[in-house]
Design a protein around this ligand. Sequence first.
Ligand SMILES: [Zn+2]
Length: 301
Amino acid sequence: MNYVMIGVRKNKDSDRMLKKKITYSQEFLKKYEQYFCCLNCQEKMSFKEPQSLVCVNGHRYDLSKKGTIHFPNHHMISDYDQEMLTHRRAMILAGLYQPVLDVLKEKVAFSDYESIVEMGCGEGSFLNQLILETEFKGFTSGFDLSKDGVQMASDYNAQAFWFLGDVTQVPMEDAKLDLILNMLSPVSYEEVKRVLKPTGQIIKIIPESDYLKELRMLFFKDEPEKLTYSNEHTDLKFKENLTLISEERVTYKIKVTPENYEHILKMSPLHWGASQEARLYAQQHPFSELTIDLKILIGQK
Ligand SMILES: [Zn+2]
């Protein structure tokens, strides 16, 4: 098993602050308006100065000050709040998923992709790192149904366009995308197949049985039914809906330090599933290494 060192990473995109977030999004939408379609009537959209996507029937979606758009017209619920996402971001920036990024980087770097979209992007750091490390220059966008997540992702407007969106109703035209990323998050295969180009692919990252096992053992020590995890259902659903191109298991450990232990405790949904007692127990019984065990599925329609 690989052992991955993680640490503080220099912020490579400080020059981005010179420009307003909304300016990046205006430029992006001007250039890429043809990728979007209206959620109300499925018609084409175009960018109208200063800051709206408007369809031929006059349905209108405005940019917020942070340069994001709230697409769905229905209420959405996400449990991913700012606190959890902040801990998660700290760990991703410290290299939590670096070996996974390395696999993806190779794929993106040697491709002729014109478009990459992350469905369920959370706070955006994963996609942002992929874009920075590959210097990908095409259409790049990430969306999530967590308002806090999208607001945080807007810190990375220089690299991608971020919006509030629902994976079951994607505001994008048919057959436009080369690559869809979907990490530890649900997806609608119907929508994936609709928006992918005929040659397009999806990379879906799902947990394997040992993912965060040390955390699970502390949080669920008194609930044995929650101790084990199987990805069988998710794995099968992927293979039923798509043609499998490849699958790869990536397993490694990261070092747990007193500095990153709180981030680790609070970065995942496991935290909510644990009882108050178990959370306290976990705080008092830090472990020294954490297992990351993931499967990278690549499929085509
Ligand atoms: Zn419309």
